[in-house]
Design a protein around this ligand. Structure first.
Ligand code: ADP
Ligand code: ADP
Ligand code: MG
Length: 466
């Protein structure tokens, strides 16, 4: 097993990885930017090294600095977390070449899956269902119009290298397509240094359902069930749950089989997620994420499998400790992502110092937090503060528990999306599972009014005021 591992990330996921390492008896090395000098992950790790700077490119996405620190500290392996360098094949390759272990799949698999056009080609060859669209890059507007006419508007123009909900836009007709096509190409070039784009039919009311898989270096593959992530804002997930009660047992089994088939076809040797989009009883491959995912926590709640520990031990050359028949699913889990932003003011980020941070607890609650009282939220990075996760015996209990927990969550000093999350849980459509990826767009229209009506969301303070 490893003796020491460098964690190339920040926030709640760095804390999550440090905890797993500690429970495994492995030392952790944190890296931090100037803005993160007093952050939780910096304080909790056994060792911490400054990356000297704040911008992502000079800190958490700086390949050279991170590999150098890993060498200086005699780290055996690097865990990339999610975001930043986690799906950068050049990074994985550089780590492999340096003789340090990359905690993730092989760099060639990351490259293949990270380029959505190549991934679509592979899926087509495996017979995996795909949304109507192109499996090659589209070079100019004329070509784009021809294809869009064939598949029918609206279409989604997607960057082949896209991720994190960025690098995709809808075009509703040929006129629209002209500027959307150029805009996505430009975004892709500046964000990913690659302007390849392709087209997909835009589904109007789909659900996002994904399957967690694990493979090791000995040809063992299992799945850990699905997660429904249909509550999204701008193609980014906000609330996730497992199981999905929208799909039939047959569709569920088929999705599991397809996800495992995909993992097998590339000799996948880590934890990963196959994302599908689901509409009218049919499911289609979206992409494969070759890393630990934000919402892995809900799967851990219902299966009791520690996915991060499995990921680390597989990278250390151990065989998968579980067989498919060992995986049992218990109860219903929901995760809410807590962001520093103001939902009543067009969701503008809300940086600043947290002067009070009172967190929920009690039965069935898990909180993965990247912040604490006294921490200053900067504008340099993603504004997610923490993830609140609950487990209930069924969906109804999980919703009530999440509602209770959010009402006990009090953050003073900055704005958070907690009022928005509470308002979603109060909504009949959500309670009845009458949701899709467009749900939030519609729901947001009422949010301003809601936030004004309920000045505070903290139960105790509400009671005092009444
Ligand atoms: P998940 O698929 O785990 O739910 P998200 O799509 O929410 O993850 O992304 C997790 C984090 O990683 C977010 O902070 C997101 O902005 C970032 N991220 C993921 N992929 C990319 C990418 N290709 N480029 C930039 N940021 C990314
Ligand atoms: P990313 O790499 O940015 O995560 P994905 O391809 O996984 O991109 O898509 C992210 C989200 O965008 C999906 O969860 C879904 O809400 C939406 N989306 C993607 N493709 C389509 C599509 N063809 N039709 C409708 N919505 C889509
Ligand atoms: Mg995705």
């Amino acid at each position: 097993m490893f003796k020491r591992v460098l964690v190339a990330n920040r926030g709640e996921i760095a804390v999550r990885i440090i905890s797993a390492l500690r429970e495994m008896g492995i030392e952790s090395v944190a890296v931090y930017s100037h803005a993160d000098r007093d952050s939780l992950h910096t304080t909790l790790a056994d060792y911490a090294f400054c990356l000297d700077g704040n911008r992502v490119q000079e800190t958490y996405a700086n390949i050279e600095k991170i590999i150098n620190i890993a060498k200086i500290t005699n780290s055996d392996a690097i865990h990339p977390g999610y975001g930043f360098l986690s799906e950068n094949p050049k990074f994985a390759e550089a780590v492999e070449k340096s003789g340090i272990t990359f905690i993730g799949p092989r760099s060639d698999v990351i490259r293949l899956m990270g380029y959505k056009i190549e991934a679509r080609k592979l899926m087509a060859s495996l017979g995996v269902p795909l949304v109507k669209g192109t499996n090659t890059a589209i070079h100019n507007y004329e070509e784009a119009v021809e294809i869009a006419e064939e598949i029918g508007y609206p279409v989604l123009v997607k960057a082949a290298a896209g991720g994190g909900g960025m690098g995709m836009r809808i075009a509703s007709d040929a006129d629209d397509l002209k500027q959307v096509f150029e805009a996505v190409k430009n975004t892709a070039l500046s964000l990913y240094a690659d302007d390849s784009v392709f087209l997909e039919k835009y589904l109007s009311k789909p659900r996002h359902i994904e399957v967690q898989i694990i493979g090791d270096n000995y040809g063992n593959f299992i799945h850990l069930g699905e997660r429904e992530c249909s509550i999204q804002r701008r193609h980014m997930k906000i609330i996730e749950e497992t199981p999905s009660i929208a799909i039939s047992p047959q569709v569920r089994e088929e999705m599991y089989k397809t996800a495992v088939l995909i993992a097998k076809s590339v000799g996948y040797n880590s934890v990963g997620t196959v994302e599908f989009i689901y509409e009218n009883g049919e499911y289609y491959f979206l992409e494969m994420n070759t890393r630990i995912q934000v919402e892995h926590t809900i799967t851990e709640m219902v299966t009791s499998v520690d996915i991060v520990k499995e990921q680390i031990s597989i990278a250390a050359g151990k065989e998968l400790s579980l067989k498919q028949k060992d995986i049992k699913f218990n109860g219903h889990a929901i995760e809410c992502r807590i962001y520093a932003e103001n939902p009543a003011k067009s969701f503008i980020p809300s940086p600043g110092k947290i002067i009070n941070y009172i967190t929920p607890g009690g039965p069935g609650i898990r909180l993965d937090s990247g912040v604490k009282t006294g921490y200053t939220v900067s504008t340099y990075y993603d504004s997610m503060l923490s993830k609140l996760i609950v487990l209930g015996k069924d969906r109804d209990e999980a919703i009530l528990r999440m509602y209770r927990a959010l009402s006990e969550f009090y953050v003073e000093g900055i704005h958070t999306n907690i009022p928005l999350l509470i308002s979603i849980l109060e909504c009949d459509d959500f309670k009845k599972n009458n949701i899709n990826t467009k749900y939030l767009e519609k729901h947001i229209q009422n949010i301003k009014e809601y936030c004004q009506k309920r000045k505070t969301t903290y139960l105790a303070i509400d009671n005092l005021n009444n």
